[in-house]
Design a protein around this ligand. Structure first.
Ligand code: IVH
Length: 701
């Protein structure tokens, strides 16, 4: 929508207007000011990628209001001041919510909760209230409508009154059922609220994929989820493995049919609603919620959850406390901003401000130059943060960072810390620009930036920094896993001239190392044993350890499964490589380049002669007439086999394992106490539901 030049010009003018902050020559600047505000709204609401702080935006907005106030004749219907709420993504249809999506009042400590409880009891005219407490999911809010048991619409929060219709994208979220048997509960139309999330694990995997492509990572799972919902390609949405927690029914109509008493009871409490949602196939917070009486029990549960926050598979930023009785909720009603029957309890923030003191430039194993911000150490969420990766030059420019800036730093859970933004409004003029180097800081070679890439690289493969980084990667946990070796030792041995390249790891002069201070017999024995054991590592680890560009763990597995010996890869053309699973043009080219390089082949020969295993020892040929092409999923407890054993059997016979029930599933093997997967499978005619014995017969065991 905006060209790069326009963005630069608008951003420049933004800064000028913020600095000038005057209303003179109103005629001249008013339209420009509006354009600038529209641009920043677009960045914020549509792209989810603001270029200025909220405070800066507010300053400009107020400036416009002020000008319009003194010159009402200049007000236009399209002025940003004439719009209520936020802008919406033009790529999606705007749809009204059946009930406005309000936000919640916030509380931050036990006293806040005690105060709120007192007020709530007054309004409800009760001595004690029953509450349902559940996590406050830190994702992107959504609203779903089901009619006659079918998902008919999914929308984003938008401005709370209207949202973007993102039904197609919502359908890619596996935990959102397309069909849910609300009619069994006498419900005809229902609007449900919830949160789309990316689990910490999926987020980490996604960022690793981005890193393999040298793209900057996403800041946190919340941004990943909200960005994903607005994507134009539903297939890309599916790839992001989103999840949805549904936690509120905001509206429903009934079918008028008689419903059994037990089911009907679920319609009268919040916990009952969660149970019904769970029963019809949603991921409601059934396992996470608790119903309690009185505020002390609420405070205890909030504390308990805060202490286990880091161990949860997904991000939460607090707890939500709701009055459990729905009739009472109705009686208590709403203010214009939030319901009186609910409150959010926010956990301690994981943001802090600090000073940006310096930016260092590190050389990676592929020669990539990564700027790393050095900040005054700050304590956030249990750790002290002093260094923060800035990924590439564009990030520095986009965030408009300067040395001496006050920066806002965030660390969410086990996510790596990142700089949210600089607080440009508190600059005092002493700040200096960050100079990106033109030469490699380690070897002085010229830097090179490939077209379409954000990363500058040192092209000298002999560059000492690269050599060291390649060795560090080689021994790392997910690669050859030579524990007790580690980064510090590699750096030390390299500096002392005891280690110069990867094959050198297998030729270490342990007598000399033994004479170094701090290296006793025990540590030398440990190092030697770990090096020896690594010679038998699986082929996929060895391939990953080589640090071929774009070859992450997944691609390494694909390559390892393709060949009998590592050096067979020498004979693969780019086209042949591209025919392998998940290997595209760029990756194929990189692998081909690696195996066409004489020096690399020489290194591999050397490694082999030093005893490193290069044969594929783990590969098992699929059994003819086995389970090839068939998909399996296990549910419940198996009696005769361990789950992992059974899964291995399927894979050994060429079958594939699936993670959830869908029309792609051929067999659901059902053990004892099978739950929702079985219920789901029963609804899909093509899924064969078999017992453990039937499974054993099928595989001929
Ligand atoms: S209830 C009318 N429950 O937090 C009340 N909201 O800060 C409806 N949120 O807009 C909201 N987890 O997007 C509720 N368990 C939970 C929640 C939750 C996250 C979000 C929701 C809401 C925002 C308010």
């Amino acid at each position: 929508m905006y060209s790069k030049e326009q963005v630069v010009a608008l951003q420049k003018r933004t800064k000028e207007l913020i600095e000038a902050n005057h209303t003179e020559k109103a005629f001249e600047i008013i339209e420009q000011l509006r354009d600038i505000l529209r641009f920043h709204e677009y960045r914020y609401y549509v792209l989810n990628d603001p270029l200025i702080s909220d405070a800066e935006y507010d300053q400009l907005y107020k400036l416009l209001e002020k000008i319009e106030h003194s010159h009402p004749e200049l007000i236009t219907t399209t002025s940003p001041t004439q719009r209520v709420g936020s802008s919406l993504n033009a790529a999606f249809k705007t749809v009204p919510h059946l009930v406005p999506m309000l936000s919640l009042e916030n509380s931050y400590n036990a006293d806040d909760l005690i105060d709120w409880d007192r007020k709530a009891r007054e309004v409800a005219k009760k001595d004690e209230l029953e509450y349902c407490i559940e996590p406050k999911f830190d994702g992107a809010s959504i609203s779903l409508i089901y009619e006659n048991d079918h998902l008919v619409r999914g929308a984003t929060r938008g401005n709370g009154v209207e949202g973007d219709d993102v039904t197609t994208n919502m359908k890619q979220v596996r935990s959102i059922p397309l069909h849910a048997a609300f009619s069994e509960y006498g419900v005809h139309t229902v609007e449900i609220r919830g949160e789309v999330m990316m689990s910490k694990k999926a987020f980490k995997a996604f960022n690793e994929q981005l890193a393999e492509q040298n793209l900057p990572p996403l800041a946190n799972p919340r941004n990943a989820a909200s960005g994903s919902l607005r994507m134009k390609d539903p297939k890309e949405v599916a790839r992001r493995r989103l999840e949805a927690f549904l936690y509120n029914i905001s509206y429903h109509t009934t079918t008028g049919e008689a419903v059994d008493k037990k089911k009907d009871a679920l319609l009268h409490t919040h916990a009952g609603n969660l149970q019904m949602l769970w029963n019809v196939g949603f991921r409601s917070p059934m396992n996470e919620m608790k119903v309690v009486k009185g505020i002390q029990a609420v405070i205890d549960y909030c504390n308990e959850y805060e202490s286990k926050r880091d161990d949860l598979p997904f991000e939460i930023d607090g707890m939500v406390i709701k009055v459990n009785d729905l009739a009472l909720q109705d009686a208590m009603g709403m203010t214009t901003h939030h319901p009186r029957w609910a409150i959010a309890y926010k956990f301690k923030a994981r943001q802090a401000t600090s000073k940006l003191r310096n930016v260092e430039f590190q050389v990676g194993r592929t020669g990539s130059i990564t700027p790393v911000a050095k900040i005054d150490p700050v304590f956030i969420g249990g750790v002290t943060v002093g260094s923060i990766s800035l990924f590439n030059e564009d990030v520095i420019k986009e965030k408009d960072l300067m040395i001496g800036d006050t920066v806002l730093v965030e660390r969410a859970g086990d996510v790596i810390p990142y700089i949210v933004k600089s607080l440009a409004e508190v600059r005092d003029g002493s700040e200096t620009n960050i100079q990106f180097p033109t030469k490699c800081p380690a070897c002085e070679s010229e830097l090179y930036r490939e077209e379409g890439e954000a990363v500058w690289r040192c092209v000298n493969i002999e560059c000492p920094a690269q050599v060291v980084e390649r060795m560090i990667h080689f021994v790392s946990k997910d690669a050859m896993d030579i524990r007790s070796f580690g980064e510090a030792n590699i750096r030390k041995f390299y500096e002392l001239g005891l280690l110069k390249d990867i094959p050198g790891i297998y030729q270490l002069d342990c007598t000399r190392i033994g004479s170094l201070p701090g290296f006793g017999k025990k540590s030398i024995d440990n190092i030697q044993a770990a090096i020896e054991a690594s010679k038998q590592q699986t082929l996929n680890r060895l391939i990953f350890a080589l640090g071929i560009r774009y070859v992450g763990e997944t691609t390494a597995k694909v390559l390892a499964n393709t060949v009998d010996h590592l050096l067979d890869l020498k004979n693969y053309s780019e086209e042949q490589l591209q025919s392998l699973e998940d290997i595209g043009v760029k990756v194929a080219k990189s692998i081909h380049t690696f195996f066409s390089n004489e020096q690399n082949i020489e290194m591999l020969h050397q490694l082999e002669s030093l005893g490193v295993q290069m044969n594929n020892t783990k590969r098992t040929a699929p059994v003819a007439g086995g389970l090839s092409g068939q998909t399996f999923l296990f549910t419940g407890t198996l009696n005769k086999l361990k789950r992992t054993q059974a899964e291995e059997m399927v894979e050994q016979q060429g079958g594939k394992l699936l993670g959830s029930v869908s029309s792609k599933l051929n067999y659901l093997v059902v053990g004892e106490d099978a739950g929702s997967k079985l219920e789901k499978a029963k609804k899909i005619n093509t899924v064969k539901i078999i017992s453990e014995d039937e499974f054993l017969q099928l595989i001929g065991g």
